[in-house]
Design a protein around this ligand. Structure first.
Ligand code: KG4
Ligand code: ZN
Length: 493
């Protein structure tokens, strides 16, 4: 796909797309007048030797107005409209424009989604603007174009410097990353000690501790990286999923920084971040792949046909894997968080000592259920205590852990084969579990499938993974507007 200036010879192709795209299409004469005007920039996207999309702006008074943007129906959904939008933005900056404005039909969901995910925001409404239907026009505007164009250009050559912020759960984290995979600094302030005495994360405490820590954590990351705001190309922040009161602290702070510095803002899905952590250990890792995401809040299998595209294959119907570790640890009196404590104990135990259930092992789908296993452990412990027997904690820990691992490994191997992928990513806090890493590695090796796992310190929540995930957003021109809200149940894909 190639984007270049529109020429008269392109007009038949352009008009063909115009006619199928708009109720009141422009005529050839109108386009001819447009092409000779100094204050216009018209571009076409060319693929397979023909025009597959086009767009134009008018640059007046230091502002760019998007007049037309359309893609041939057979070529929609491939990012061509976004590519044209940002090529027009770059041409607008060259022509002296600061911001871009445009109108869109209030019913044009596809266009509105494109503009929203490019960081443009609704400035107002023009009631009844379209005479044929009486429909309203929404007026949208961008933030300053030049820093966005600069960040995209730097990302395309792998030289962007990004400050990322993560506050979705109980770690306040900031990182500085060069080119999407060269980590310059990563700071994680864990609140775990404040939550431990309650046996789990207390949302109100999480929110308050993020507020206390965020300024110092960001300052520390910048100092460690030896950069100032002037050296940055973009900011990235986790905008979901997670605890809403925790997410908003990082998001509000990032929006404030974006406003003050004029830097573009990228919104990253926390789970996308976890997947990208594996890319930091292995920059050559490439889709198509399957990711097993196992953390305190999530247990899900995702097919990743290309970076930025996520298709959920299945998920837990009740507890997340990390949650099961934490709850079982609580029952065994091991404290919070339970995962590390159980995996340490399990090293000394016999995984075959207690036959705990392997729920949904043969369910034929890619869903999980972990609450029955947790209940089975609780009932076993109660029975043993009632019978006056001493608990063999290492055996219980090892047997519980093995029950989790058996199902996770079997379903992941089957997902890799069903999707026909040669690579699997294991990510999320529970990916720090050495027995799970080893079991999955050997099962996949037998199938000739590569396993990528993040380095241990990047399995649990951090901002380096958010910065890594932000790279593709920048290359594509996917930004967050400053009016964006935290999305506690944000889905992948
Ligand atoms: O990804 P993460 O830091 O936070 C969420 O996004 O949830 O994951 C935290 C979870 C906790 O439930 C913790 O018990 C679990 O990851 N975890 C482990 C291990 N280390 C952390 N689970 C099993 N084995 C471990 N070694
Ligand atoms: Zn996480």
């Amino acid at each position: 796909m190639n984007v270049r200036a529109m020429e008269e010879a392109d007009l038949s192709g352009v008009l063909g797309i115009e006619r199928v795209s708009f109720a009141a299409p422009w005529s050839a004469a109108l386009f001819e007048q447009e092409l000779i005007r100094e204050d216009r920039r018209w571009l076409v996207a060319e693929g397979d030797g023909r025009v597959v999309g086009f767009g134009g702006v008018m640059v007046i008074g230091g502002e760019s107005h998007l007049m037309d943007l359309a893609v041939a129906p057979a070529f929609r959904g491939r990012g061509i409209a976004r590519m044209l939008l940002w090529a027009l933005a770059a041409a607008s900056v060259d022509a002296g424009a600061g911001r871009m404005t445009l109108e869109a039909r209030s019913s044009n969901a596809g266009a509105l989604a494109l503009y929203a995910s490019s960081g443009l925001e609704i400035a107002g409404t023009r009631p009844g603007y379209y005479p044929e239907t009486g429909e309203d026009a929404l007026v949208l505007w961008s933030r300053e174009l030049a820093p966005h164009v600069r960040a995209m250009e730097a990302a395309k050559v792998g030289e962007e410097v990004v400050l990322a912020i993560e506050t979705s759960c109980d770690e306040t984290a900031a990182a500085v990353m060069l080119g999407g995979h060269r980590l310059l600094a990563s700071v994680v302030a864990s609140q775990v000690d404040f939550h431990a005495r309650f046996g789990g994360v207390v949302p109100e405490i999480a929110s308050r501790k993020h507020t206390e820590a965020i300024v110092a954590v960001v300052d520390q990351a910048l100092a460690d990286a030896g950069v100032g705001f002037g050296d940055l190309h973009a900011l990235a922040v986790t905008h979901g999923p997670g605890l809403v009161g925790a997410l908003v602290v990082g998001l509000a702070y990032a929006k404030g920084l974006a406003l003050g510095t004029h830097l573009p803002l990228v919104g990253v899905n926390h789970l996308e971040g976890h997947i990208h952590a594996a890319r930091l250990a292995d920059p050559a890792l490439a889709p198509p792949l399957v990711a097993l995401l196992v953390s305190g809040g999530h247990t899900t299998l995702v097919h990743v046909p290309a970076w930025g595209r996520y298709e959920s294959l299945g998920r837990t119907l009740d507890d997340a894997a990390g949650e099961a570790f934490d709850k079982v640890a609580k029952v065994l009196g091991l404290g919070y968080p339970g995962g590390p404590a159980i995996s340490r104990l399990a090293e000394r135990g016999n995984p075959a000592a207690v036959p705990f259930p392997r729920a949904m092992l043969r369910s034929g789908d890619f869903d999980f259920s972990l609450s029955g296993l947790k209940t089975a452990v609780i009932q076993y412990v109660e029975r043993e205590r009632a019978a006056g027997r001493d608990l063999n904690l290492p055996d219980i820990a090892a047997s519980f852990q093995q029950a989790v691992i058996d199902v996770q490994v079997a379903k992941t191997v089957r997902a890799a084969s069903a999707c026909g992928v040669r690579a699997v990513v294991l990510a999320g806090g529970v990916a720090a579990n050495p027995a799970l890493r080893a079991a999955l590695a050997s099962a996949l090796e037998a199938e000739g499938v590569q396993l990528a796992v993040p380095p241990l310190d990047l399995c649990t929540d951090n901002a380096a993974m958010i910065a890594a995930a932000a790279h593709d957003h920048l290359v594509d021109g996917r930004f967050l507007g400053l009016g964006a809200d935290a999305v506690p149940n944000l889905r992948l894909g």
